[in-house]
Design a protein around this ligand. Sequence first.
Ligand SMILES: [Mg+2]
Length: 349
Amino acid sequence: MSNKDNLTQLSELGEFGLIQRISEKIKLNNISTLKGVGDDAAVLDYNKDQIIVTSDMLLENVHFNLVYVPLKHLGYKAVMVNLSDVYAMNAKPEQITVAIAVSSRFTVEAIDALYDGILLACEKFGVDLVGGDTTSSQSGLIISITAIGRANKNEIVYRNTASKGDLVCVTGDLGGAYMGLQLLEREKEIFNANPGIQPSLDGNDYILGRQLKPIARGDIYEIFKDLKLMPTAMIDVSDGLSSEIMHIGFGSKLGAKIVEEKIPIAPETINLAKEMNLDPTVCAMSGGEDYELLFTINPDDYDKIKNSPDFTVIGTMVDEAEGFLLISRDGTPVGIESQGYNAFLKSKE
Ligand SMILES: [Mg+2]
């Protein structure tokens, strides 16, 4: 986008023109979508299923930085964040609405790129974009997405329903998205100090992908069905393992013991963390944005997951009085604190 002359100002298109332009690209996938974009409101038919609704708002320079996040990736990730919350209820997302506020510095082509990412996410996950709003902003880009999904009421998994003795499990690996952010921040600083130096992001595709292109675990929703496994409690890992296990624990009136050496962390994450003098475990516990699923299961169900590469058992739910403990590699129990995570997160902004 170096040649500004070829780009179209939003004012040339107007709001109706913009909506028309976006609407033409929408394809509908779900029979639950009776009416999508094009009337005052969408109409959905969920028959006898229960409806899951979740929203998330992303603000420029608070939740994302357009210096290093391409708009297409941003659109894609904004959808993933919401779908992840629906999957965390053991439900299937079927619709989203997208509201954006943009300042005049954004061109039509920039908004196209944003929606290309949004619609790519919809296509990959079989979700319909059924409505939203576009308005102007005085201070950069704001994206608010609402996701709507379905579940049979007996299949919804809440975060406050774990039992003592349940095994704590996690999908995928943790800490990568945080290291991706650290890498992008480091290269931005170097670039700001000396714009002649090209960013050195080579060899870190996995880590960068974890930050820029997270994948909501819709596959796990299917795997649970195949395994006939119902987690006893579940949450997605948006804020780091520490805070998520505490959400399950506080909600269920229990504590938890997490075994440090069991926490799945990719070799790429470990290597980069060490290079940047960070503790990989801290990245997994406090980093966030991995969008994996953290869940508990009845120990009787262990056989269903023990051979699956998708799951790792990392701990056990214990009595509330025992609190939240990380059993370190040398066997020493260390208290898990949410306070640490809050302070840690500030460096992201
Ligand atoms: Mg969540």
